[in-house]
Design a protein around this ligand. Structure first.
Ligand SMILES: Cc1cc2nc3c(=O)[nH]c(=O)nc-3n(C[C@H](O)[C@H](O)[C@H](O)COP(=O)(O)OP(=O)(O)OC[C@H]3O[C@@H](n4cnc5c(N)ncnc54)[C@H](O)[C@@H]3O)c2cc1C
Length: 477
């Protein structure tokens, strides 16, 4: 096979009849027609269709190493710095279609599985580890253009440093049996964004694992027997792209994942009953470098969108003459250029790893992922500070179609726009920063790559500070 179309993606996921629950009811019929999922599935389908645009073939695809058919560029295992640039251009091309608002566009998971496979040698010869399963799953995913989600954090029950779950009925997903067919998993994982609308789910144990049964990694089809996705309420405001410009298209949904004695066939188990590997694989593999390269590339596109939004608001209500307004826009420009510089630095300072893959510089990317969870909430604050009541004078499309239209046209006009254009812009700003969709976006970016506090510790621990301490010592001596 080769790259799929949007139609194929939708048909494949509809056919799975995955067990998805929302508002206490199971989704019945085609999930792509359910109000909570139809918008985002359509947006995802658009991404797959772009891969078939002849003009974009070079950007979006590369010839499969096994069949020479075009496969998605985000599966490319980079061997040169040029490959890294190609990957970034592809990622940003997709991201521009949703302005970086879809954190789980397929390139995120394609990159994850590519990164794991590129480090599969790390598993070689280790107890209960199957590097060949990982490698063949990567190739299968690449050749079938699988859509995937992932889940790795345990339910938020007790985060004390010395908490050990001791329950007969597991809460955090764990292996409860092993048999000739595979491992049996029972319990839950905290969250899977896009859970239920992908072909597969990659399941990993988080770090800091102490019990052997907690250490595992595998991927299974979303419709595996006993697997359930329990969604939060939908943040889709409605179908109107005037009234709900973002949630109607990009609401990815988050769901808790429940494993009710799910059988994971051996060929899909990458490792099991090995807490040492589980605790180290993500940090020792090229996961962080490759996946952060994708994440930061997307976040750059999102920052460009925020900048465009803020400048449009300023023009609309004509507030450019105020110094503090300019200062706030400059803050966004500084963040944008910093992120761009860091991603390019990561490519310039990339090095071939011991398995022959070109790994972007992790420190540059770790710095970027320490910056963005702090700057993104500030962007939403800046939009609120500059928009003020503009975020409240936002009647819906229906209001513009009613008999009060004349009043709206008269009283909601602005220096730069007529009333309808002005309200559309402010509804966009509202959906980005104030609606349930918008506030989730802020939380998402805060925790996108894990807890920001622990990410800053990781930066501190991994950064070589010694040469600078030496310089201080020298001058003292
Ligand atoms: C919108 C959204 C989408 C998500 N999508 C996915 C997904 O698709 N797949 C997936 O696997 N996960 C997903 N996540 C989960 C995400 O990875 C976690 O939110 C993140 O890793 C933080 O973990 P937590 O939520 O359990 O927070 P906790 O770890 O419970 O942290 C809560 C607070 O306690 C503090 N704290 C807890 N433990 C420690 C510690 N050891 N040291 C210092 N401070 C500590 C934290 O700093 C924080 O302030 C998503 C989260 C959000 C918000």
């Amino acid at each position: 096979m080769s790259v799929i179309t949007g139609k194929q993606y939708i048909e494949r996921v509809d056919k799975l009849r995955t067990e998805v629950w929302i508002d206490g009811k199971p989704v019945v019929g085609k999930i792509s027609e359910h109000p909570a999922f139809k918008g985002v599935m359509k947006s995802q389908a658009t991404l797959y269709d772009i891969q078939h645009d002849a003009a974009l073939k070079e950007i979006m695809t590369y010839p499969s190493p096994s069949t020479s058919e075009p496969v998605g560029m985000s599966y490319l295992q980079p061997k040169t710095k040029e490959d890294l640039v190609k990957r970034r251009e592809m990622i940003q091309h997709w991201a521009r279609t949703n302005n970086g608002l879809m954190g789980r566009s397929p390139d995120y998971m394609n990159t994850t599985i590519m990164a794991f496979a590129s480090s599969s040698e790390l598993l070689k010869g280790k107890k209960n580890c199957f590097p060949d399963h990982l490698q063949s799953f990567y190739e299968y995913a690449r050749e079938h253009d699988l859509s995937m989600t992932h889940t790795f954090i345990d339910p938020q029950v007790n985060r004390a440093r010395f908490y050990f779950e001791n329950k007969n009925e597991p809460i955090a997903a764990k292996i409860v049996d092993r048999n000739i067919e595979g491992i049996i998993v029972k319990g839950a994982k905290l969250l899977a964004t896009q859970g239920g609308i992908t072909d597969e789910i990659l399941v990993l144990s988080g770090g800091e694992m102490t019990d052997e049964e907690g250490g595992f990694a595998f991927s299974i089809p979303s419709n595996s027997k006993g697997l359930k996705f329990i969604c939060r309420e939908s943040f889709v405001g409605g179908d109107s792209t005037f009234s709900y410009p973002l949630s109607s298209r990009f609401e990815e949904m988050d769901s808790m994942v429940v494993f009710d004695n799910v059988l994971v066939p051996w060929e899909r188990v990458f490792y099991y009953d090995n807490s040492a590997v589980a605790n180290s694989f993500q940090t020792m593999s090229s996961f962080q470098a490759f996946v952060l390269h994708q994440v930061i590339s997307r976040q750059i596109v999102k920052t460009e969108f925020v900048l465009g939004m803020v400048e449009s608001i300023i023009d609309t209500i004509n507030i450019k003459e105020y110094q503090h307004v300019i200062e706030k826009v400059s803050e966004i420009i500084v963040a944008l250029e910093t992120m761009k510089a860091l991603v390019i630095k990561s490519e310039v300072e990339a090095k071939v790893d011991k398995w022959g893959f070109m790994r972007p510089d992790s420190t540059s990317l770790l710095v970027a992922i320490n910056i963005f969870p702090r700057t993104y909430p500030r962007f939403t604050e800046i939009i609120q500070l500059l928009s003020a009541s503009g975020l409240m004078t936002v009647p819906t499309e229906l209001a513009f179609q009613s008999s009060i239209r004349k009043d709206l046209d008269q009283y909601l006009q602005s220096k730069g726009n007529n009333a309808e254009e002005r309200v559309k812009l402010f509804r966009l700003a509202w959906d980005l920063t104030m609606s349930p969709f918008g506030t989730r976006q802020t939380l998402y970016e805060r925790f996108f790559f894990g807890d920001p506090i622990r990410l800053s510790s990781q930066l501190y621990q991994s950064y070589n500070k010694e040469p600078y301490v030496e310089r201080v010592k020298e001058i003292l001596e």
